[in-house]
Structures are given as structure tokens and as C-alpha cells.
Design a protein around this ligand. Structure first.
Ligand SMILES: CC(C)(COP(=O)(O)OP(=O)(O)OC[C@H]1O[C@@H](n2cnc3c(N)ncnc32)[C@H](O)[C@@H]1OP(=O)(O)O)[C@@H](O)C(=O)NCCC(=O)NCCS
Length: 182
């Protein structure tokens, strides 16, 4: 089983705290988990869909299906808020009790390079690990070098290159990280 790199120090944010949703990612950003019953569900999804459209090209965007994706069993969304502005989000799903998939990660341009992408990923990993899954995987366009660097920094390894994953001319790395739950 591949070893988890030493850099994967996951902040031991208690899950209860994550669920209460008032964990601060840093001094000013608030990390929140979106719940189906949240009164701000529609407003939050709306704002994230707008970001999604800005950040990702159509064929890579979940904008049209975001709401449906989120309603799927075992999917979750964590987002960072700064003065009620959404600065970034990460979406994940656990298709089985053994594995989870990070389906989306993005940070608004003006908030990049301040550690927020890493904070979101660590929080999502922590959530997934609480379900005692063995593997987290994701797909990323090799040209998204910032994202690839972030995933490698967190201990993800490249499994394979999936050709034409996003579109006929856009490939994806499938990356993974394994955990020993013994
Ligand atoms: C990828 C993304 C989420 C990173 O968010 P971020 O908040 O800027 O990242 P962080 O500040 O937390 O950086 C953490 C690590 O990511 C990597 N990284 C982030 N931006 C980078 C850049 N411009 N160049 C190289 N590495 C970068 C580095 O390893 C960095 O660690 P370091 O600061 O020790 O060098 C952000 O660039 C983004 O939203 N990009 C567009 C959407 C996207 O590509 N999403 C991923 C789809 S799979």
C-alpha cells in the first residue's frame, strides 16, 4: 500500500465541530458544511453555481447539475466564507464504504495562494476519513498545475492518465491517496 507522505498533516478538526460548522479555517475565513436542511441551501448553491461557471469551462463544470449532485446520498460540500462571500468550496462523495471521491475543488481567484485550497482539501479528507474509507481519489487535468501540486503536497499519487476524460482533447490524471485504518 503506498505510503502517505509526511506532508499530509491533517488538522484534527473534530468532526463534531465541522458539523456544527463554525470551524475557522484561519483568522477570518469560516469553514461551513452545507446541509440539505440548511435554510441557506438555495442561496449558497446559487452562489457556488455562479463561481463554478466562472472558474470552469462548460465541459468541466458541474454548474448545471450541482444541486442534483449534492442531493445524492453520501455527497457533501464544504465551503469557505469571508464576510458572507463564498471564497471557495470542495465537494466529495463516497460511492462505497471503502472509497471517496473529491468531485470538485475551487477557490475564487482573489483568495488564491493564501492556503484556502489546502484548508478545504484537508477538511474534506478529514470528513472522508471519519467514515473510515481506505482510499480517496480524484481526477484533475494535468494542465491544472496548481491543483496537481496541491494534491501532491497532500500525499496524492498519480494512478493513471485517462485520455479524453473531460473532452476529446482534455485528459485527466486519476490521483489517489490510501489510508491504513488499522
Ligand atoms: C487549485 C486551487 C483550488 C488551489 O487553491 P489555493 O487556495 O490557491 O491553494 P493554496 O494557497 O492552499 O496552496 C496550497 C498548495 O497548492 C499548490 N499551489 C497553489 N497554487 C499554486 C500555483 N499558482 N502554482 C503552483 N502551486 C500552487 C502549492 O503546492 C501550494 O502549496 P505551497 O503554498 O506550500 O506552495 C485554485 O488554484 C483553483 O481554484 N484553481 C482553479 C480550479 C481548479 O483547478 N480546481 C481543481 C480542479 S481538479
Amino acid at each position: 500500500m503506498p505510503e502517505v507522505g509526511p506532508s499530509i498533516f491533517l488538522s484534527r478538526v473534530s468532526l463534531q465541530k465541522l458539523q456544527i460548522l463554525k470551524t475557522m479555517a484561519d483568522g477570518s475565513m469560516e469553514l461551513t458544511e452545507l446541509h440539505r436542511k440548511s435554510t441557506n441551501w438555495a442561496k449558497t448553491v446559487d452562489e457556488i453555481v455562479k463561481l463554478e461557471k466562472k472558474i470552469f469551462p462548460k465541459h468541466e463544470s458541474l454548474a448545471r447539475s450541482f444541486d442534483d449532485e449534492l442531493k445524492k446520498k453520501n455527497s457533501g460540500l464544504l465551503y469557505l466564507q469571508f464576510n458572507s462571500e463564498i471564497a471557495g468550496y470542495v465537494m466529495y462523495t463516497s460511492p462505497s464504504s471503502l472509497c471517496a471521491v473529491i468531485t470538485k475543488l475551487a477557490v475564487k481567484e482573489k483568495y488564491r495562494r493564501q492556503g484556502h485550497g489546502e484548508a478545504l482539501m484537508k477538511a474534506a479528507i478529514e470528513k472522508c476519513r471519519s467514515k473510515r474509507i481506505n482510499r480517496i481519489s480524484l481526477h484533475v487535468d494535468p494542465l491544472r498545475s496548481s491543483a496537481v501540486s496541491l494534491y501532491k503536497k497532500l500525499g496524492f499519487q498519480i494512478d493513471t492518465l485517462v485520455t479524453a476524460y473531460y473532452s476529446s482533447d482534455r485528459d485527466a490524471y486519476r490521483m489517489f491517496i490510501d489510508f491504513d485504518n488499522e
